[in-house]
Ligand binder design. Structure first.
Ligand code: C5P
Length: 241
């Protein structure tokens, strides 16, 4: 199982290798891991993953894979080869897709003698509210119940965990047990700007509810002093122990 030095994952939401490199060089003594999402990956390509691996920096590759099982399995295999520590797929791709991803990752890591990345699922995007869920996606029932059902499906399909909003931690933890990985974005230290995140919690609140890892972007990367910002979050979480 993945052992990070702390639960804080810093989102590298920038366009270039240079900007990402500057952030990593300043923050890697403090961050548990970094997250490469579609902005940086689509701009800088796999080179950014190779560079992070060379530095021995754990990376969450947040590409939210969603396609037919064969295609997702192949992409998951490639990302495993690049040294991802965590990757993710959409639960809406169904159990056969999730299973194919988990199996491809296991096989690739075993063939290469490397540590297997955690495979996690995005359930319902946090940008979707109950009204959109019903009227635009046409899915009946409560969004929260779908989130929990998809988290259960992810676990049954052999995935390690989910990416979820802080509001969903309690229900998912109850449905999927203590070892299920819950990665939580939308975290805001007290007093920092919410930006476009709507339903936020502080890092300490999210950890107390049972988050395994926290994803934090702008409160650290756009802070006047990112090192001070990350140290304050780490101090806040360490008080819980
Ligand atoms: O800057 P901020 O802390 O809002 O960044 C949060 C990161 O987590 C972004 O990279 C965003 O894409 C990602 N994320 C999210 N909500 C999700 C899944 C991922 O905010 N449900």
């Amino acid at each position: 199982m993945l052992a990070l030095k702390n639960p804080l994952i810093i989102a590298l939401d920038v366009d270039t290798m240079e900007e990402a490199g500057n952030l990593v060089n300043r923050l890697y003594p403090y961050a548990g891991a970094f997250k490469v999402g579609m902005q940086l990956y689509n701009s800088a390509g796999p080179q950014v993953l190779k560079w992070l691996r060379q530095k021995n920096v754990p990376v969450f590759v947040d590409l939210k894979l969603h396609d037919i099982p064969n295609t997702v399995a192949a992409a998951a295999r490639v990302l495993t080869r690049y040294g991802a520590s965590i990757l993710n797929v959409h639960a809406a791709g169904g159990s056969s897709m999730m299973r194919a991803a988990a199996e491809a990752v296991r096989k690739e890591a075993a063939d290469n003698g490397t540590e297997r990345p955690l495979v996690t699922a995005v359930t319902v995007l946090t940008s979707i509210d109950q009204e959109m869920f019903k009227n635009e996606l046409g899915i009946p029932g409560l969004l929260q119940e779908r989130v929990t059902a998809w988290a259960r499906l992810a676990r049954e399909s052999g995935l390690d965990g989910v990416v979820a909003s802080p509001q969903e931690i309690t229900a998912i933890r109850k449905a999927c047990g203590p070892d299920f990985v819950i990665i939580t974005p939308g975290v805001r230290p007290a007093g920092s700007a919410a930006n476009d995140q709507k339903r936020t919690m502080t890092p300490a609140e999210a950890m107390e509810l049972g988050a395994t890892y926290l994803v934090v972007g702008r409160p650290v990367t756009a802070a006047p002093d990112p090192v001070k910002a990350i140290r304050e979050i780490l101090k806040e979480i360490s008080r819980l122990k």
